[in-house]
Design a protein around this ligand. Structure first.
Ligand code: WQD
Length: 357
C-alpha cells in the first residue's frame, strides 16, 4: 500500500482546511497548502495569515501557494515542484444562498476546479484523494439518523448539487480507473474553533451559518438573532442539526488518510457527524450558559430551502475509520467564543501571544 508523507491541502487557508492542516502536522505529515484566498480572509494585510497562525500552533512551517484550481499551469507548477503523496480537497465556494444567485460561478469553480485537480493528479500518477463533501447531498432525509446508504441527489441548492455531482463524477472516475483510491467525507454542521483561539472562522466574511451569527449577537455586533421558523416538527419547533466540532472534522481527515494507506477502496463515503441532533434554541441556550452571555432573538418565517432535521448515523465512520467525534456542544460554544473575543475582527486582529489560554 502507498506511503503517504506529503499531503496537498487545497483550500488550506479556509476554516476547515486550516484546522485540518493543524491535525495533519500534529500527526507528522508534511503539508503543502494551496488557496486562491478568495474566501479565507479579506482586508487582512496578508491573505495567508490563517496559515501563518497555524504555524504558531504547531511550530511547523506550512508550505503554501496562492493558486486557483481554474488556473491549470499554476496547479501544475506545484505538482512539478513537490512529490505529493495524497490530496485533501477542500477548495470550493460554499455559500448556499449565493450559490442560488450565481449557479454558473459555483459550477465552474467547484466542478471545473475538481476536474482540473484530478486531471493533474492522474498526470502525476497520484490517486489517493480525500474529498470534502457534505450531508447536504442527502437533501431532506426520509429517516433519521441518516446513514451513507440513504439516497443522495435530491438537493435543491446549487452548492449542495455541486457536491452531489462531484461525488457522482468521482464514482465514475474510480470505475474507469481502478488506481483511484478515494474517500468522500460528508460533513454535518461544522462549528467551533481550535482551543487556542489562534485560528477560527473569519467573521469579517459574509456568512449565513448559525454559530457565527449567535456569536456576533453575543458580541453586540448584531442586535438580534433571527430564528428561521419555530413551526418545524421538532420538540421546540426549531430546526435540528448535527453540530460537529471542526477539530473533530480535522482528525476525521487524518483517519481517512490512514484508511487509504491500509486498504484500496476505489471510492467510499463516510458521514462525519456526532450522531446527536441539537435544535437552534438548544444551541442558543448552550452558548449563553457556557459563555455567560445573552443572545436576544426573534422568530421569523422559515428560510427557503431549509430542512427540518438532519443528524448522522456516524457508526460506519467510527468503525471503518476508527474515528469518533469527541468534543461536546459546550466545547464548540466555548472555543468559538474564545476565538471571537480574542479576534473581534477575525484575522485582521493583530496577533498577540494572549491567544494562548
Ligand atoms: C442551521 C440551523 C437554520 C442561521 C450548513 C451549511 C452547508 C452544510 C450543512 C457543509 C437551521 C438555523 C441559521 C440563522 C437560524 N455544511 N438558522 N438563524 O443550513 O444546516 O447548512 O451545514 O457543507 O453548507 O450551510 O446550516 O448554520 O445555516 O443553519 O435560525 O441566522 O440554524 O434555519 O435550522 P445549514 P446553518
Amino acid at each position: 500500500m502507498p506511503h503517504l508523507k506529503t499531503i496537498l491541502v487545497t483550500g488550506g487557508a479556509g476554516y476547515i482546511g486550516s484546522h485540518t492542516v493543524v491535525s495533519l502536522q500534529e500527526a507528522g505529515y508534511d503539508v503543502i497548502a494551496l488557496d486562491n484566498f478568495a474566501n479565507s480572509v479579506n482586508g487582512a494585510e496578508d491573505e495567508s495569515i490563517a496559515l501563518k497562525r497555524v504555524e504558531k500552533i504547531t511550530g511547523k512551517p506550512v508550505t503554501f501557494y496562492k493558486c486557483d484550481l481554474l488556473n491549470i499551469p499554476e496547479l501544475e507548477e506545484i505538482f512539478n515542484k513537490h512529490k505529493i503523496d495524497a490530496v485533501i480537497h477542500f477548495a470550493a465556494m460554499k455559500a448556499v444562498g449565493e450559490s442560488m444567485q450565481l449557479p454558473l460561478l459555483y459550477y465552474k469553480n467547484n466542478i471545473i476546479g475538481m476536474i482540473n485537480l484530478v486531471e493533474v493528479m492522474e498526470k502525476h500518477d497520484i490517486y489517493q484523494l480525500v474529498f470534502s463533501s457534505s450531508c447536504t447531498v442527502y437533501g431532506e432525509p426520509k429517516k433519521l439518523p441518516i446513514t451513507e446508504n440513504e439516497q443522495t441527489g435530491n438537493v435543491t441548492n446549487v452548492y449542495g448539487r455541486t457536491k452531489f455531482f462531484i461525488e457522482e463524477m468521482l464514482k465514475d472516475l474510480s470505475r474507469a480507473n481502478s488506481k483511484w483510491n478515494i474517500i468522500a467525507l460528508r460533513y454535518f454542521n461544522p462549528v467551533g474553533c481550535h482551543s487556542s483561539g489562534i485560528i477560527g472562522e473569519d467573521p469579517t466574511k459574509a456568512f449565513t451559518n448559525l454559530m457565527p451569527y449567535i456569536s456576533q449577537v453575543a458580541m453586540g455586533k448584531k442586535d438580534t438573532l433571527t430564528i428561521f421558523g419555530n413551526d418545524y416538527e421538532t420538540p421546540d419547533g426549531t430546526g435540528i442539526r448535527d453540530y460537529i466540532h471542526v477539530m473533530d472534522l480535522a482528525t476525521g481527515h487524518v483517519a481517512a488518510l490512514k484508511k487509504l494507506v491500509s486498504v484500496h477502496l476505489g471510492i467510499q463515503f463516510y458521514n462525519l457527524g456526532t450522531g446527536k441532533g441539537i435544535s437552534v434554541l438548544e444551541l442558543i441556550k448552550a452558548f449563553e450558559r457556557v459563555n455567560n452571555v445573552k443572545v436576544p432573538y426573534m422568530i421569523e418565517a422559515r428560510r427557503e430551502g431549509d430542512i427540518s432535521s438532519m443528524y448522522a448515523d456516524a457508526s460506519f465512520a467510527e468503525k471503518e475509520l476508527s474515528w469518533k467525534a469527541e468534543k461536546t456542544v459546550d466545547e464548540m460554544c466555548a472555543d468559538f467564543w474564545r476565538w471571537q473575543t480574542l479576534n473581534p475582527n477575525g484575522y485582521k486582529t493583530p496577533y498577540t501571544n494572549g491567544h494562548c489560554p
